[in-house]
Write a protein of this length. Structure first.
Length: 343
């Protein structure tokens, strides 16, 4: 790619370029070309141009860990050296145990497909963690129920999923069926970006292969799920950007069996909106909804309007988020991040 073969406006739009990103460029960026990060390696970055992928050069002191698949960056078209990253419209990230910084999962994702199967893998507590992650990132979540051909009444699984969050959209499909891609078309149009998350073995790679309509020799490796415990083996080992049917793009992610919540206070408020809405009616402003008199949330549980299990999961995630979210300490100009202590 040279200055004579700049990315066309149509190719940019098809990649997800929008006024949000265009407004971040100015006269000082004349001659630079926007491309989108397609693969992040330990020592290199690969970018998508809309007409193929290229390897980027990195300036000194720039680390690949600062970039996520889906990022928009500006490059010098002659040298293909990355010049700067544009601000993100949305960012999915998580904090792994013992880490001081968040691990980047995917950037500028419009819709997060949270994939789970109609068997023992369906775990409301784990799905709520993914939903909090999506809510905090500013990404629309959609629950995708797979393996519906393996159960007698998939509608019962759908009802459980829809109860997890107000207005949550749930799609049921058989990831191997040819019509699986059609069920997800509303979120996969030109310029739209989706990401797939979920446990190993629930059909993420199979679903990605169906969406991308890949030839057998180009398809993502897939692995089965053990029916004895509904657990699978990891078949995706790196995050990557793929063109999909309908003109959109998908980011596949490795299976995450453990997802610690951190820095997702706003996401939890959206997830547990029924509790968030009741809290102002409690007698005490700092009510923990555990034992205080005049608690509107506990009254809802007593009246059968709110499940005690749901409230307990809210309490657990609130405490985990508080404990895992670092705080700033120290004098101004020399502040450091330290983890909170559990109560």
């Amino acid at each position: 790619m040279t200055k004579a073969t700049l990315i066309t406006p149509a190719a940019l739009a098809g990649l997800g370029w929008s006024p949000f990103f265009a407004d971040q460029t100015g006269p000082e960026d004349a001659g630079l070309v926007p491309v989108r990060i397609a693969l992040v390696h330990r020592s290199r970055l690969t970018a998508e141009t809309g007409e193929g992928q290229i390897r980027l050069g990195l300036p000194p002191q720039v680390n690949t860990t600062d970039f996520a698949v889906g990022d928009w960056v500006l490059i010098d078209p002659d040298t293909r050296v990355l010049m700067r990253r544009l601000d993100r419209k949305a960012l999915l990230q998580r904090r792994t145990e013992g880490a001081t910084v968040q691990q980047l999962i995917a950037a500028n994702v419009d819709t997060l497909f949270i994939v789970t199967s109609c068997n023992d893998d369906f775990n409301p507590a784990r799905l709520e963690r993914y939903l909090a992650l999506a809510n905090e990132a500013g990404t629309d979540p959609v629950i995708v129920l797979t393996k519906i051909d393996k159960v007698e009444d998939p509608a019962a699984w759908r009802a459980q999923a829809e109860a997890l969050q107000r207005g949550l959209q749930v799609v049921m499909l058989n990831a191997k069926a040819p019509d699986a891609a059609a069920a997800l078309i509303p979120w996969c149009g030109p310029g739209q970006t989706v990401a797939l998350v979920g446990s190993s073995g629930v059909g993420k790679s199979t679903l990605l292969n169906t969406l991308a309509d890949k030839a057998p020799d180009q398809a993502q490796e897939t692995g089965g799920i053990r029916e004895s415990d509904a657990k699978g083996r990891h078949t995706t080992t790196a995050r990557s950007l793929h063109a999909i049917r309908g003109g959109g793009w998908a980011i596949d992610t490795p299976g995450m069996r453990t997802l610690h919540v951190s820095d997702v206070a706003a996401g939890l408020d959206v997830l547990f909106a029924e509790i968030t809405d009741l809290a102002p009616a409690c007698r005490f402003r700092d009510c923990t909804h555990a034992h205080e008199p005049g608690c509107a949330v506990q009254a809802a549980v007593a009246a059968g309007a709110l499940s005690a299990e749901r409230l307990e999961r809210w309490r657990k995630l609130q405490e985990e988020n508080r404990a895992n979210t670092p705080v700033m300490t120290g004098p101004r100009g020399n502040r450091t991040v330290v983890p909170r202590k559990r109560r």
